[in-house]
Design a protein around this ligand. Structure first.
Ligand SMILES: NC(=O)c1ccc[n+]([C@@H]2O[C@H](COP(=O)([O-])OP(=O)(O)OC[C@H]3O[C@@H](n4cnc5c(N)ncnc54)[C@H](OP(=O)(O)O)[C@@H]3O)[C@@H](O)[C@H]2O)c1
Length: 344
């Protein structure tokens, strides 16, 4: 099969488009023909080797894979060749750990592309229990934008932050892959949503997602704007996918007793803040990472009900995987990029 294979960690061009043996489905597993594979910022970190180098090489990235069942391994029931499926973006590899909740705490937890080979290939081999049937009717390139960002947005907004109708929520970097979905999940729950961007093009883009307040941080201080928007109180919830120096300000932007969810670190993994800004007003700082199958399923229900849309930046042939990573690193993506393993 064709795949974008990594033989070493490093710059964009370590992603080599080449032939590699097609995996055979093990017992209890399925081989999925990948019709489209989403690209996330995580893939860029993994390629660089900046998050972990504990990955056997050669390796295939890609946490988001959608397609159709090509072959069943021994002992698989409930699926047949040709079924349209979405690979769940994260699951325990060991059968004995399949019911551990949250799944990310299972010792054998893996994502396609981290722990096992991922979706930047014409085929992916995964446990049969880690696929869900696709009933969305979406084209593969739109569907492949969804799994990671949709499921993790549901996890953080609904389960971790417990956003409710009428809440005022700030989502950082709303034009990002994660941000564009965090906004939509908060809106689906009935919240009013503010978001930050840098620059006019991304401001215009997030308007199209139905946000209530757009803050261009090149022109305005987001803490001040959130205070104005909330009558001086602060937001009920901030979902922070940026970290770095932004997280300290996210804490300032939330109301007393409010919740800040640490979700990512696009602006930096090291965070410094005055602890008094958190505990004096009894604010809560919570972490959210990955998702469970139920999060993905709830998100897909919202999509089918028309409350959430896939946000496709562009689809590129799999041979352009390095270019997709360049665009992510240069912050030039709105929503998600998708790779097409069968495009010429
Ligand atoms: N917890 C989870 O389960 C989970 C799930 C998905 C993603 N994440 C994390 O969330 C973060 C974002 O991921 P993503 O896939 O959404 O990224 P993305 O689509 O590549 O977007 C990241 C955006 O962050 C903004 N940005 C980058 N550097 C910045 C800086 N120094 N200051 C302010 N803004 C900056 C840029 O938007 P502007 O140009 O508009 O400012 C950029 O487009 C990553 O750390 C990722 O690992 C976590």
């Amino acid at each position: 099969m064709k795949a974008a294979v990594m033989h070493e960690f490093g710059d964009f061009d370590v992603l080599k488009y080449e032939d590699i043996a097609t995996p055979e489905p093990k017992s209890g597993h399925v081989l999925v023909k990948v019709l489209a594979a989403g690209v996330n910022r995580l893939d860029h970190y993994l390629r660089e080797g900046s998050v972990t180098r504990d990955i056997p090489l050669p390796h295939i990235l890609g946490a988001d894979a959608v397609g159709e069942v090509a072959e069943l391994g021994p002992g698989v029931s409930g699926l047949k060749a040709g079924d349209k499926v979405i690979v769940v973006p994260g699951f325990p590899l060991k059968e004995a750990e399949k019911d551990i909740y949250p799944a990310v705490t299972a010792p054998s937890f893996a994502l396609p592309g981290l722990g096992i080979w991922g979706g930047y290939a014409q085929y992916i081999e995964v446990p049969a229990r880690s696929v869900v049937k696709d009933e969305t009717g979406l084209a593969p390139e739109r569907l492949a934008t969804l799994p990671v960002v949709l499921a993790t947005a549901v996890r953080s907004v609904k389960k971790v932050a417990r956003v409710e109708a009428g809440d005022k929520v700030l989502v950082q970097a709303g034009a990002s892959g994660s941000g564009s979905m965090l906004i939509q999940v908060a809106k689906a729950l009935g919240a009013e949503v503010a978001t930050t961007v840098r620059g006019a093009a991304k401001a215009e883009f997030v308007e199209s997602l139905g946000v209530d307040l757009v803050i261009d941080t090149r022109k305005a201080d987001f803490v001040e704007r959130i205070k104005e928007w909330t009558g001086g109180k602060g937001a009920d919830v901030v979902i922070d996918n940026l970290g770095g120096e932004v997280l300290a300000k996210s804490i300032d932007a939330v109301k007393p007793l409010g919740v800040v969810v640490a979700f990512g670190f696009a602006a930096g993994a090291e965070v410094g803040f005055d602890i008094r800004s958190l505990f004096f007003a009894q604010k809560q700082l919570k972490g959210s990472m990955a998702s469970d199958v139920a999060d993905l399923e709830w998100g897909l229900e919202q999509l089918r009900a028309g409350r959430i849309e896939a946000v496709l930046d562009r689809a590129l042939p799999l041979s352009d995987a390095a270019q997709a990573h360049r665009l992510i690193a240069a912050n030039q993506v709105k929503g998600n990029i998708v790779l097409l393993p069968w495009a010429a």
